[in-house]
Design a protein around this ligand. Sequence first.
Ligand code: KIV
Length: 263
Amino acid sequence: MKWTASKLKALKGERKFPVLTAYDALTASLVDGADIPVVLVGDSLGMTVLGYETTLPVSMEEMLHHTTAASRGVENALLIADMPFMSYQPSVEMGLENAGRFIKEAHADAVKIEGGAVRTELIEALVANGVPVLGHIGLTPQSIKEMGGYKVQGKTSEQARQLMDDAMAVEQAGAFAIVLECVPAELGETISSALAIPTIGIGAGAGCDGQVLVFTDLLGMSGKPVPKFVKKYADLNPLIAEALSAYKSEVESGAFPADEQTY
Ligand code: KIV
């Protein structure tokens, strides 16, 4: 069954669901093959596969390239493209144009944009023009310079109220779901109960309707420290390092290729 934004929205109150990032045909086909309903081509690819320090340098061209590649690996999952920094912030027109490129050129089913009440005009315009939108509030990495670091958001009652207002505004503007990143579990649960659309938590506790993780974090691929909210379901980095080092030694010693690998 091909997942659509409205099918995902209908999961609210029915069952919890997983979302995972993917960055190319290989990773997207692994996620899709595991029956995970959503493949998010996150701008986290700036750090996970492009070697940037933050998501800020990620360009439209890079996101289009990776989303197109991911689309070749997806059969059933909803394919969501993350709109990169400054591809939608300057104007509603620019946001519409760039979102259109993800749908037309990269075969995305929906786009994700960061921000709350400040994005309502853009979300309304996208939805009115046929582009399903996933919102994203709480810790929004594209605002990291303004936020002053990767910190839990919504800890004071004033911040919590602001996040609730933002969530309501994103829902009212027409988003089909919203990512809540790095907020206290209690606030994640309160927002999830107040909204009619699903919340997708990342560091927002078990009260959210769905959960999202980054592919390379879940599989322990980076060899770098991961945030507290990550659960590593595998620890591939040392396994890969061991395999590469065995290959190196065997080529150097002449043990590879052996008779089995020789014509
Ligand atoms: O860029 C990303 O991967 C994301 C998710 C972690 C929500 O925004």
